[in-house]
Design a protein around this ligand. Structure first.
Ligand code: GLN
Length: 209
């Protein structure tokens, strides 16, 4: 793909403008999307942080739950941060009654996992380079990433096809994963100037085209 890929940012709730800016910095053409007719021409989709129970309810209200489930299941590249990670999980620990997700990543995610005392914190995340990954040649993945966690989830269990991309330094918990064209972080890379995660996602989207 030579031109900039078109990446939708799900604009039902959460930190949409920050993702739009980060995607533009990373070389994509970002567009906010909130209706089913807006999602069919996308090269990729970002699901922002916010509150997963609200994202779930609004997705149902805006008739977006089923269309996005199907698009993601059929191979649309997607990146979710925080509540967006929760929305990409096949299974939840500590979901509210009946809480649904788009799914796609074979993992169990625990909501609000880091506990009440540390509602919000900054920490270093060790990013792992996978030799076989198409983006391994991008370089620069050895350096830890300063990351913002806000009532963040962690990945409690991951299937064998889910690659661990990052762990939180203090707890060793899994906080960044990839399964094929799906990427998820428990933290908010859109809130810090380090653009490596958005650059990685744009690379994944280009490779998928
Ligand atoms: N705790 C929130 C949830 O369950 C996620 C918080 C966030 O996205 N910053 O959705």
């Amino acid at each position: 793909m030579s031109s900039a890929p078109v990446i939708g940012v799900l604009a039902l709730q959460g930190d949409v403008p920050e993702h739009l800016r980060a995607l533009a910095d990373a070389g994509a053409r970002p567009v906010p999307v909130r209706r089913p007719e807006e999602v069919h021409q996308l090269d990729g989709l970002v699901i922002p942080g916010g509150e997963s129970t609200t994202l779930w309810r609004l997705s149902v209200a805006f008739d977006m739950l089923e269309p996005l489930r199907k698009l993601i299941a059929s191979g649309l590249p997607a990146f979710g941060s925080c509540a967006g990670m929760i929305m990409l999980a096949d299974r939840l620990a500590d979901g509210v009654d009946g809480q649904q997700t788009f799914g796609g990543i074979d993992m169990t995610v625990r909501r609000n996992a880091f506990g009440r005392q540390v509602d919000s914190f900054e920490s270093d995340v060790t990013l792992r380079t996978l030799a076989a990954a198409p983006w391994a040649g991008l370089g620069g993945y050895g350096r830890p990433m300063r990351a913002v966690f806000i009532r963040a989830p962690w990945v409690e269990q991951n299937g064998e096809n889910v690659a661990v991309l990052g762990t939180e330094e203090r707890t060793g918990r899994i906080v960044a994963v990839r399964q094929g064209p799906l990427l998820a972080t428990a933290f908010h890379p859109e809130l810090t100037p380090d653009r490596r995660i958005h650059e990685l996602f744009v690379e994944i989207v280009k490779d998928n085209a």
